[in-house]
Design a protein around this ligand. Structure first.
Ligand code: M6R
Length: 607
């Protein structure tokens, strides 16, 4: 996660950009840089390390331009050196970028074959070179950017300026946030409203796929097809910026929408993008020495643990026991000498999880915490922590923390597999590449949110809803049911699809929607058989799958929603999103208090 800012100003913008970047430093501080137009020419100042270093560089070489872009970097591709620091510039184009360009290797190869030379290890430089190539071929800046956007895969936000174009800046977002700030004869771009707070409280948050052409007096927004579109302008209270809902009605909606970005950030922490392999911080044990892992957590976090069991066992051949912390803490479970205990908690304060951690520590286990709040009690008491980089999660229903927990656990399972020699380097690269695609796939799912909203409306008349999944999708069925019941108050249960016939099938009739999570993985046909059992009893099947068939492969479906087809390794992260959105929209229709549902608390510090 990086921070970006852009200013079309009426006075020198470098000091203003420093101020904005300071507010964005929470997003990363591996390096920082600015580019301005000095007499029409692009001039950059960049420095590795924190913003103070850039401030020093600007002190020695001030910039006076009134058009500029700035960046604070959290390194993904390439070491945090000055050369790799943004803005990147070539051929009269300068770019700042937050996110990941997944297909940068192919694009770089293509450009190099075409005679373009690269000076950095970053993925961003291909954006600069593509735009400049389009312009060399005669396109205007706006058309060159639009053409370039069509070539990029991944999740990103961009800010772009051009030499000789004092009154032009282009911004684009896909998967990573970007806001426009309106001044009086000035215009701003920023990763969030916090960055823009010193300049304006009049803000537009770009929608997924949008790009914008800014001058000092205009902002022309386009959607991903290139069509001109209108987006609402909001007046935001400066004091509310840090807990701002952006364009969203609820924090839960905002947090669902943030998933491409925060998963991208989390991946950047645990993946060496250049080598395409997992890089975990040093841990005080080797996975090769372990005979068993014990995972404990509560609620949604425990379902992340359950999904991880499939990854650890199948890929790293490492047996895993998963238990809910409130049971585990009193179970007096015998644990193997020198074993590993993993606790998962968004808040890091959940009393039962903390007690489970203490039990494991008392039994001589190595303890690793997967936490979102890094100075929490659980974080402090673990031997090591593997943080999720989800940012503050305010909605009581856990969404982005869950998918970030899954992301960390997937990386951990790959690291374990490498140490245990159960995976080849090629297999690791293939799975890492699948993981890097998660933000893009989730952005695609979010684009089809209205379909889920329509389906969700049909759930609101149900008294009971069942969720079915097999294999690694079973925890997602549990999570879907938990999400629906906690915010819409509709009774819901998640079951392993194969378990249906052992009892729950008695509940099925035409009034019971059954949400089936069934990607085309090795278990798909088995799940189809279970769907047929439901259909035969008049149950209404809502099928979440990656290929839509007219009839759900035999079984009659009531509704279908398509999730992008991907390596089955990453399916839990992808299928988590439609179940979150079904619950969210059902709750909106029911008119419940979505961010603070009755009887619940965000941090459960009591037993
Ligand atoms: O902070 P934690 O991750 O330890 O919280 C665990 C559960 O209380 C939490 O996941 C809860 O189930 C959520 N409300 C579910 O959306």
């Amino acid at each position: 996660m990086c921070g970006i800012v852009g200013i079309l100003g009426s006075q020198p913008v470098a000091p203003l950009m420093l101020d904005a970047l300071r507010r964005l430093e929470y997003r990363g501080y591996d390096s920082a840089g600015v580019a301005t137009l000095e007499d029409g020419e692009l001039v950059r100042r960049r420095a590795p390390g924190k913003l103070n270093n850039l401030q020093g560089v600007l002190g020695n070489g001030p910039l006076s331009g009134t058009t500029g872009i700035g960046h604070t970097r959290w390194a993904t591709h390439g070491a945090p050196t000055e050369t790799n620091a943004h803005p990147h510039s070539a051929g009269g184009v300068a770019v700042v970028h937050n996110g990941i360009i997944e297909n940068f290797r192919d694009l770089r190869e293509e450009l190099e074959t075409d005679g373009y030379r690269f000076e950095t290890q970053t993925d961003t430089e291909v954006v600069v070179q593509l735009i400049s190539r389009e312009m060399k071929e005669g396109k205007a800046p706006k058309d060159a950017v639009f053409a370039t956007l069509q070539r990029l895969d991944g999740a990103f936000a961009l800010g772009i300026i051009f030499s000789g174009q004092q009154d032009l800046m282009i911004g684009a977002r896909r998967g990573s946030p970007l806001a426009i700030g309106y001044g009086d004869g000035e215009m701003f771009l920023g990763s969030d409203a916090v960055a823009l707070a010193p300049f304006t409280n009049k803000v537009t948050f770009l929608d997924e796929g949008d790009w914008v052409v800014l001058t000092r007096n205009s902002a022309q927004i386009h959607d991903e097809t290139g069509a001109a579109v209108e987006r609402p302008i909001r007046f935001t209270q400066a004091s509310a910026y840090l807990a701002d809902k952006g364009n969203h009605r609820h924090f839960m909606a905002k947090e669902i929408a943030e998933q491409p970005e925060v998963i991208g950030h989390t991946l950047g922490e645990y993946i060496d993008m250049a080598e395409q392999r997992v890089k975990l911080p040093e841990l005080p044990f080797s996975f090769a020495d372990l005979t068993r892992v014990t995972i404990t957590a509560c609620g949604t976090a425990s379902y992340a643990g359950l999904a991880a069991k499939y990854w650890f066992e199948q890929i790293a051949r490492l047996p895993v026991e998963v238990d809910i912390a409130s049971e585990f803490r009193y179970r007096e479970a015998p644990l193997p000498d020198g074993g590993l205990s993993v606790v998962i908690s968004q808040s890091g304060e959940t009393a039962d999880t903390l007690a489970a951690l203490r039990y494991c520590a008392g039994q001589g286990q190595h303890t690793v915490g997967i936490v979102n709040v890094q100075d929490s009690s659980i974080a402090r008491e673990c031997d090591a922590i593997l943080p999720t980089y989800a940012g503050p999660e305010i909605g009581v229903a856990s969404t982005k923390a869950f998918t970030c927990q899954l992301t960390v656990l997937a990386c951990m399972a790959l690291a374990a597999a490498r140490q245990r020699n159960t995976i080849t380097p090629e297999q690791e690269r293939e799975l890492v590449s699948a993981l890097v695609g998660v933000p893009r796939h989730i952005a695609d799912i979010l684009r089809n949110e209205s379909e889920l909203e329509r389906i969700a409306k049909k759930l609101t008349s149900a008294r009971d809803v069942l969720y079915l999944g097999r294999g690694i999708n079973y925890p997602i069925a549990l999570e879907g049911a938990l999400k629906l019941k906690e915010i819409s108050y509709i009774h819901a249960e998640g079951y392993a699809a194969g378990e249906l016939k052992h009892g729950p099938i008695a509940l099925i009739d035409e009034d019971v929607p059954v949400i089936v999570i069934a990607p085309h993985d090795t278990l798909y046909e088995k799940t189809v058989s279970n769907m047929e059992e439901v259909a035969a009893r008049g149950g209404k099947i809502v099928l979440l799958t990656d290929e839509i068939n007219g009839n759900g492969n035999g079984a009659e479906t009531f509704e279908q929603f398509r999730v992008p087809r991907a390596n089955s390794f990453i399916n839990p992260m992808l299928y988590a999103v439609p179940v979150q959105l079904l619950a969210y929209h059902a709750a909106v229709f029911m008119g419940t208090d979505i961010d603070q549902p009755r009887n619940l608390a965000k941090s459960v510090t009591v037993e």
